[in-house]
Design a protein around this ligand. Sequence first.
Ligand code: GLU
Length: 375
Amino acid sequence: MLKGVRRVVVKVGTQLLMGGKTGSEERVAELVAALAGLRRRGLEVILVTSGAIGAGMRILGTAKRPSHIPGLQAHAAVGQCRLMSLYETACAKLGFHAGQLLLTAADVRDRDRYLNVMHCLHEMLQTGILPVINENDSVSVDEIQFGNNDTLAALVGSMCNADLVILLTTIDGMHERLPEAAGFGRRLSVVPAVTPRLRQMAMGTDGNALSVGGMITKVHAAEMLMKSGAAMWIACGRDFAVLNDILKGADVGSLFVAADGARLNAQKRFLAFFSKPAGDVVVDAGAEKALVAQGRSLLPSGITAVLGSFKRGATVRVVNASGLELAKGVTNYDSAELALIRGRNTHEIPGLLGGEHHYEEVIHRDHLVLTSAEG
Ligand code: GLU
């Protein structure tokens, strides 16, 4: 797997940059030196960095992480400048430059804005600039929030077709957790699939004074990346030389790599992980089977209800009668048309809608991606 790795996203948590004995300046310089090592191996490197709020706390002398949102926004506004100045200073010493990209979820849900972000990233990689990405915490509130940088790193990895996403944290990987035994068991060295049991083991491990995500956000990130055809590696970043060990294939941390190696194409990755659904199409058990087990398109006959108001070409969720999301797809019909043709046979469509040009499928298989967590 490592032989095929060309593009790598590295995510670094706040604790690794701010929490140690040495100051953040030294830590950023050490990190940049390790990233430069990867670049010398011929890899394209993208950094997702936390630490804006942590840096803001240091500068403003705030002992306790603010609990109100405007306080967090203001701390990020102060800290992000410091963080970038440290990165640029460290990069310039090694002969290249850092470029900042601050994102909110709204920046990547819309197809045009998503493409703009992607083009900017590609340009930076082509010209040897180190992209340094963080959530735009000063404006990213409520529904436009990613919420944590594990998710952000996975989305960036999926967006730019990375081969490997490395999440550096303060623990040496994911450990087995048995319900009957208190504490943790052996380290999971290689994880070939995310199962319900694995998700269960990752629950309830979130949070400390400086960090946001926990193991469950990392497992969700791994699921997204494995579906995108990328691998994800969780490792301890107290010593950034671990990046070199990882690229040499050392048995450190936890590597999540899908056994089948299937890779969703770019359009389906956008559909699955980025696009915001405008409504729901509820389907019966027959259509569920056709979509999930038989790889078919969605026809009007299997639709029982339509929720929300949307146009042709919108992204919609396909859900079953119990509300479980099965898939996301691009609809060929608007919500009013679907209300008229639901439950009917394809050959009845012209009679119901009038006009001449009709699609047989409500969602063609090429524009549908299965998203059920159980899948
Ligand atoms: N964006 C946050 C920060 O820069 C960190 C979020 C996270 O670590 O997941 O402080």
